[in-house]
Design a protein around this ligand. Structure first.
Ligand SMILES: [Zn+2]
Length: 434
């Protein structure tokens, strides 16, 4: 672990810049001051005086990736219960293990995921889980940026304390750590949160000027269950409960009708597309090209590490780029740049954080990564943007900067103790699986 320097000037020299503002890749420098980007392309040497210099030769500088659907502490359950369908996987394996979670264990699992995310280019993640105070503390300590919500599973008034935990999370952490943390509300899913409680959560979201993060239409059994109980699709059901009257982030959206897609478009609901998780749990393939055609904002997410099993957005980008081509039998269905947008700009939009993050521009928060393209799998650099998606690896990320702070430089962490976190993770994983 090397020492983290706060609020310094950073001058990245001679890099190739991908702003994600529809500009082609170009060579130049970047200057960061405090937590903001102050110059992109040309840097005034006077302004840059005293800056820490990073040699950007052989790298692409681009906005940090935004992972829009995560259950970070679940990294402790990585490869604990593989090759099972969603419901038995949850009911027989995951939920019993989660009963044993403590704040200490959640803090460690979150740090483990944050390490993997920082090492693979993610600078912001959207989390929905339990023990969220511990998750938030791990975010504060690591220098990560995060969008947090207490994922509420609730079937009776006796569980109303979970709603209070969501409110407490908002009060304690929204806007904290130099605005690195934003808080929304979350009903876990239409099948784990009864209608009056979904309505209560929406009410809180409205009251706090926040939004809703919710799992929607993940599996066919969910569709059948919601139809049997309410005579509607999950999307119609949630719309009728007002869940889309606040900013909404709908994770999965695998099984949608045409009408569902129209509702998502009309209500400006963003979709967190978790292709690897959906493949691993054999949930299905979300109609991403159709959603995009209807104008729905589609972003990418990894979901938890026990259904992926990585928190690596490069893997997500490659998979999304490939699957939707074969799914539509159309090799032009989705392009590399479209997928990069999903992982950056669209992710920022999905979290309603686009004024600060998602592109590499003057005035935005300095959340960016340097990707090492001086490697055989990028040569001969015919189309570096395409290479980032089709041949790029998470491990190509050399340096990660969040809110103007270098959290990883040359793959060395400045805020996290890698050996300790991995040692603790192995110890805590045993406790969960007893
Ligand atoms: Zn999920």
């Amino acid at each position: 672990m090397v020492e983290m320097v706060k609020n310094q000037k950073i001058w990245i020299k001679n890099t190739q810049i991908l702003t994600m503002t529809d500009q082609p890749l170009f060579s130049g420098d970047i200057l960061i001051e405090g937590n903001k980007v102050v110059a992109v392309g040309k840097v005034d040497e006077q302004l840059a005086q005293g800056a820490k210099i990073i040699d950007g030769k052989g790298t692409v500088a681009m906005p940090g990736l935004v992972n829009t659907h995560v259950h970070a502490p679940m990294s402790l359950l990585r490869s604990y219960a593989d090759n099972m369908p969603l419901m038995p996987w949850l009911e027989q394996k995951i939920w019993p293990a989660e009963e044993k979670l403590t704040d200490e264990i959640v803090y460690c699992g979150t740090q483990l995921s944050i390490m993997e995310m920082m090492m693979t280019g993610t600078t912001t993640f959207a989390e929905m889980y339990d023990h969220m105070n511990a998750v938030a503390e791990a975010v504060v300590d690591s220098g990560m940026r995060a969008h947090l919500s207490r994922g509420v599973v609730i079937f009776s008034d006796e569980q109303l304390n979970k709603l209070d935990e969501g409110i407490d999370l908002y009060r304690q952490f929204h806007g904290k750590a130099d605005d690195r943390i934003h808080v929304w509300f979350s009903a876990h899913a239409p099948y784990t949160c009864l209608p009056p409680y979904v309505e209560k959560l929406v009410e809180q979201a409205k009251l706090h000027n926040a939004g809703m993060h919710i799992h929607v239409a993940e599996t066919l059994s969910e569709i059948e269950q919601i139809k049997a109980n309410y005579g509607k699709t999950p999307v119609e059901h949630l719309r009728d409960l007002g869940a889309f009257d606040v900013p909404a982030l709908a994770a999965h959206c695998v099984h949608l009708t045409d009408n569902d897609m129209d509702i998502l478009a009309e209500k400006k609901v963003s979709v967190a597309h978790n292709i690897v998780s959906n493949m691993k749990l054999a949930s299905g393939i979300a109609p991403v090209t159709a959603l995009c055609q209807k104008g729905v904002n589609v972003a990418l997410g990894t979901d938890g590490a026990s259904s992926n099993n990585n928190m690596n957005m490069f893997k997500e980008m490659t998979t999304a780029a490939l699957v939707h081509k074969v799914n539509t039998m159309d090799s032009t269905a989705i392009g590399a740049y479209d997928v990069l947008k999903m992982a950056t700009v669209n992710g920022a939009k999905a979290l309603h954080w686009q004024d600060d993050i998602g592109t590499l521009e003057v005035g935005k928060k300095a959340d960016l990564i340097l990707v090492d393209i001086d490697q055989p799998h990028y040569a001969p650099w015919n189309d570096t943007v395409a290479d980032l998606v089709y041949s790029g690896q998470g491990s190509d990320v050399k340096t990660t900067i969040i809110n103007g702070q270098i959290v990883m430089e040359n793959r060395q962490f400045t805020t996290l103790d890698k050996e300790k976190i991995m040692f603790d993770a192995a110890r805590f994983a045993k406790v969960l699986q007893q």
